[in-house]
Design a binder for this molecule. Sequence first.
Ligand code: ARG
Length: 257
Amino acid sequence: MKKSLFALAFASLFAASCAFAAYVPGETKKLVVGTSCTYPPYEFVSPEGKPSGFDIELMEAIGAKMGVAIEWFDTGKFDSLLAAIPTGKVDCAIAGMSATKERAKRMLFSDIYEVSHSAIVTKASLSPKNDADLKGLVGSVQQGTVQETALLPIKDQFGFELKLFPKFDDCMLDMVTGRTDFSLMDIPVAHKYMAMPAFQGKIKIAYSKIITGAGKAIAMPLGSDALAADINKALAALEADGTVQALRDKWGIKFEI
Ligand code: ARG
């Protein structure tokens, strides 16, 4: 009895730690795709409670091309998503994620599907022109992001405070309620928030800021070479037939300020 309980516990532990079988082209029918739904227009939870946005529709289109269904796994927190990828808790992840060299040590990236440019967004009453003007201000970034990596090491040098939030929408709520002065984000995210009724006229883009220069890509556990090859094939086809550009237009993915 003891022995079989142990075996059962071990079996379920094993199942939980590698919940998803490796992708086999032509055989795999479903991919579990991780995302972090607090970053519109890339991904957010729709009023109906479903993952929505540019990345969501792009991944659904990739799945359709590959002949696999997509099951969404929203971790909410971005750093939880980063942790879930190398362990194989998800087959892959799409979350406006910059394919940095640092991350590539722990995960495999698809081809780049999007450029990445960030900007400092402030309360409408402020007009910093560069990092030196952030002196004395309170800023925020989403934990685990390249925006955190960009600002954390320079906060003392430039004399600003930095709050870290696991979910990006909390950065924006904190600013619109006046508790923080600025946040750093991808430029399409800034445009999206500036257009929302709750934020309109209350926030603005102050200046653009180059972070890593790394483009956005889909992340997979290291060794997912067959999956990466098929994702890249589907991406190339969707870029060639205009689907990706149509999605960029639909979701307002543009990097002009
Ligand atoms: N591009 C940034 C990064 O890769 C931010 C991504 C945040 N994405 C999200 N879904 N919350 O670090």
